[in-house]
Design a protein around this ligand. Structure first.
Ligand SMILES: C[S@@+](CC[C@H](N)C(=O)[O-])C[C@H]1O[C@@H](n2cnc3c(N)ncnc32)[C@H](O)[C@@H]1O
Ligand code: SF4
Ligand code: SF4
Ligand code: SF4
Length: 451
């Protein structure tokens, strides 16, 4: 009886796969693959028992119970994400490179750097707010230009975490051009994991990732790779996808696999900062991007990347299999101003580092006079959290809503808009993943190879 009260068949969507039917709760993202013999019963599960022909009543009740057992159609079964667990610190907006599309860099002489008391205060407050592990992401500009501050902050964070009986983990995103013995040693001692930004092999990377003299930056990476091979290989590579490398995803993935890197990820170009004025030069073309993604996915299915995490596939696969929680960008309530806050180099508190700092979703307050809690309670944060794409004309009938979330608000630029490329990739990825899981064992084999 209790189950009957809470079961909401309107949340369910059905999609025919090769040999099975996918039934998805489009709100919670839970799903099952059904035998085709059961598909004719699905339209009946919303009906009252007495309205169902008696011959089918038992089977329909059984089917409904099995869906409920898997957590489908249950109102309020979605997880909530309100506790801060991730803090991005933009230690400086200075950079020794001048990547042409960069949303955030200045030459050192014009740079702003995050005041030590601001970063300490943000870490302390974030630790007080966090319930489990606090992840601190060292960001910029180029965070390795601020190395002394990094060391101070890491030691400070570890000390406060111990006092508060909390757990803290530091990660960072860097161009690795300033790697030296001291950075390597300290990172290893304090378990800092780094992501390294490279857009492909030397030819692809050097198209836009250049220094202030206009020279490509791949050689700097390669020098670090040769000098500290073990350390560098522990890092995951992040490639920004632009018009220069949109069609080369498979080749890029192969390149970093062959170098023995820990994993490969992407971020799709966002037309803000320096990338804004010439955005047509950098913007990837959607049809080429999708074609390239399909080719990459086929290679994953074929086993070419077994043992090597291809995150442009894996993040969708994980979300599909384990549900929307782990990835704060692929869920209806994204991380911005919920489990995530970002501190800009001038001390401004943002909901996420991807929010356009000159746009209407920017600026939750300043560390001089706003606590992190007050920032989360600010009207701008409320506006960002008000994003609800469930009934958006584009998303309201989409089977993937629960595991997509309606795309990134920062990329969309407005709380009520869909980011077209994000939508197209999510659609493509979930369609291929669900088909592959229904068809055979290739994806499960790939997933098992990563564990
Ligand atoms: C701004 S950088 C800061 C950290 C460090 N300097 C680096 O390059 O990794 C962080 C990441 O943002 C990416 N990025 C920069 N501008 C971007 C843009 N307009 N759109 C999407 N990603 C961008 C970079 O390629 C890099 O992977
Ligand atoms: S992407 Fe990173 S390395 Fe390139 S200019 Fe921006 S901050 Fe510097
Ligand atoms: S953004 Fe696209 S893929 Fe995501 S829920 Fe909306 S329509 Fe579906
Ligand atoms: S604003 Fe975009 S990048 Fe930031 S947490 Fe939300 S979905 Fe992710």
């Amino acid at each position: 009886m209790c189950h009957e009260t809470h079961f909401d068949a309107d949340r369910l969507r059905v999609l025919a796969r090769e040999s099975k039917y996918l039934v998805m709760d489009r709100v919670s993202g839970r799903w099952v693959l059904l035998d085709p013999a059961l598909e004719p019963l699905l339209p009946l599960i919303a009906q009252n028992s007495q309205d169902i022909p008696s011959a089918y009543r038992g089977s329909v009740a059984e089917l409904r119970d099995s869906l409920i057992k898997e957590g489908l159609g249950i109102s309020n079964s979605e997880k909530q994400f309100s506790v801060l667990n991730t803090l991005i610190l933009k230690l400086t907006n200075a950079c020794n490179l001048a990547c042409q599309y960069c949303y955030d860099y200045e030459q050192q002489e014009h740079a702003t750097t995050l005041a030590l008391e601001h970063s300490r205060s943000a870490i302390r407050q974030a630790l007080e707010l966090a319930s489990g592990t606090l992840w601190v992401i060292l960001h910029g500009g180029e965070p390795m230009l601020m190395w002394r501050q990094v060391e101070e902050l890491v030691k400070f964070g570890e000390q406060v975490a111990t006092q508060l009986n909390k757990d803290i983990r530091f990660t960072g995103q860097s161009n690795f051009t300033r790697l030296n013995d001291r950075i390597v040693e300290f990172s290893l001692d304090h378990n800092i994991s780094w992501g390294i930004s490279l857009d492909g092999d030397a030819r692809l990377n050097d198209r836009f990732r250049i220094n202030h003299q206009g020279q490509g930056s791949y050689d700097h990476f390669f020098a670090a790779y040769r000098k500290y091979p073990k350390f560098v290989r522990q890092s995951s590579v992040m490639s920004t996808v632009t018009a220069a490398n949109e069609g080369q995803l498979l080749q890029i993935a192969r390149h970093f696999r062959d170098l023995g890197m820990a994993a490969w990820d992407w971020s799709l170009f966002q037309p803000i900062g320096r990338g804004r004025s010439q955005h047509m030069v950098y913007q990837p073309r959607q049809s080429r991007l999708l074609k390239s993604w399909h080719t990459l996915f086929d290679a994953v299915l074929d086993g070419e990347f077994d043992g090597f995490p291809i995150l442009p596939v894996r993040k969708y696969l994980d979300n599909f299999i384990y549900g929307p929680a782990g990835n704060m960008c692929l869920r209806p309530q994204c991380g911005a101003a919920r489990d995530l806050l970002s501190i800009s180099a001038d001390g401004t508190i943002e909901a996420c580092d991807c929010i356009d700092p000159s746009g209407h979703l920017a600026g939750l307050g300043h560390l001089d006079h706003t606590t992190l809690n007050q920032a989360k309670a600010s009207p701008v944060a409320d506006t960002i959290r008000s994003r609800d794409m469930e009934q958006h004309p584009q998303c309201k009938d989409c089977i993937w809503f629960g595991i997509c979330g309606g795309t990134c608000v920062a990329h969309a630029g407005r709380v009520d808009a869909v980011w077209s490329d994000g939508c197209a990739v999510a659609h493509t990825a979930f369609d291929r993943i669900s088909q592959a899981l229904a068809d055979g064992q290739s994806l499960q084999r790939y997933l098992n190879s990563l564990n």
